[in-house]
Design a protein around this ligand. Structure first.
Ligand code: 5GP
Ligand code: MN
Length: 346
């Protein structure tokens, strides 16, 4: 990593025009890493624009720099294209394949800018000139911290950057409970207090800002929609367009729902299958060593991490559910093995 950081540091010696982008439907790690990097690079004297490939949940709007973000859509496409075409450097944060950023992906592939990937997803695509990929890292935000410190720029850190970094680490570790939580995670967070990061405030801003509809959607999903396949230690939650519109669902309202399915004692594999405007989107979560990265890659054109991944399907919601259910029996032994492992770990 230090070698790549030295190359990056050299590239940042003179003021540059820089675009920062992150994955479709950014979460706290995606937006947090982008806005932390945005503030750091701006303070260093670069001209920087964050472009997101889509909108993102309102519970992230408190992040410093949020009002400068260019959200890609039909109206902003021309401005976004101009930024990408004229940028000297493009930072790609918290995603591992250009297909994850829709139209922006092809523009970036064709751009002559120096591309910098900072990410922690498994099996990254080799499209970047400078690749800071650490799949053992709990969050892209912790990599951003390591980059800033590793380039000798501790003095550029501040409360706002710290808040963004904390948000990404807190959410990607599931509030410090996923297996990715380790000594380094806590050491980084401990250091964030050097800049007076108000960690309970960040937690409240993200988790205690539910709308009534979102909370009722959760209740409905758990009472009416959750399906438990006892025999396969698997549970899933399907949600149709009608379900979402009934609860006036907004971007981010379904985030975290899949974790409730995984929290069942005898479940090692959980999925949430959601019918969206542009197709069916699936979130996968697992316990122990059952790799949902492999599962999503193999069957649903997706990927991610061992215990958290996503994918999509162009079939109808019903057919996607059927496809999912039909796949499960072949994993029965593996799922049972992992249930045993999980029990042993506890
Ligand atoms: P979520 O279920 O929260 O949307 O995503 C879980 C993890 O999988 C995140 O790290 C996310 O970036 C990744 N992920 C979600 N959907 C996809 C996908 O379609 N393709 C790939 N490669 N990764 C995904
Ligand atoms: Mn992440």
């Amino acid at each position: 990593m230090q070698q790549q950081l030295d190359v990056l540091k050299a590239a940042l010696q003179s003021p540059k025009k820089i675009v920062i982008t992150t994955h479709h439907k950014p979460d706290a790690d995606a937006l947090g890493s982008s806005l932390a990097m945005y503030r750091y690079l701006s303070k260093k004297g670069h001209t920087v624009q964050v472009i997101t490939p889509s909108d993102y949940p309102e519970f992230l709007n408190w992040m410093q720099g949020n009002d400068t973000v260019l959200i890609y859509n039909e109206t902003t496409a021309t401005a976004a294209a101009e930024w990408v075409q004229t940028a000297e450097m493009i930072f790609c944060l918290d995603f591992n394949a250009l297909s994850r950023i829709n139209e922006l992906g092809e523009w970036i592939r064709q751009s002559k800018a120096t591309k910098v990937l900072i990410d922690h997803h498994l099996q990254p695509e080799a499209f970047a000139d400078i690749m800071i990929s650490d799949t053992s890292s709990a969050a892209t935000c912790s990599l951003i911290y390591e980059c800033i410190i590793g380039m000798g720029d501790r003095s550029y850190m501040d409360t706002y950057i710290g808040e963004c970094i904390y948000a990404g680490i807190m959410t990607d570790t599931g509030s410090f409970r996923h297996p990715s939580t380790d000594r380094k995670v806590h050491q980084i967070v401990a250091d964030l207090y050097s800049w007076n990061v108000d960690t309970p405030k960040v937690h409240r801003l993200i988790y205690d800002t539910n709308t009534e509809e979102r909370l009722r959607l959760l209740g409905y999903a758990l009472t009416e929609k959750l399906v438990i396949l006892d025999e396969y230690y698997t549970a899933y939650i399907p949600l149709s367009k009608e379900d979402l519109s009934r609860f006036e669902s907004k971007t981010g309202d379904t985030e975290g729902l899949v974790n409730y399915a995984l929290s069942l004692e005898k479940v090692v594999f959980a999925a949430m299958i959601v019918e969206r405007e542009d197709g069916v989107k699936i979130s996968f979560r697992s316990k122990a060593d059952f790799s949902v990265n492999e599962f999503a890659r193999k069957h649903f054109q997706g990927g991610g991490h061992k215990n958290a991944s996503g994918g999509k399907s162009l079939l109808s919601l019903e057919d996607t559910i059927k496809q999912f259910r039909d796949l499960i029996p072949q994993y029965k032994d593996e799922l049972l093995d992992n249930l045993r492992k999980e029990k042993f770990l506890c």
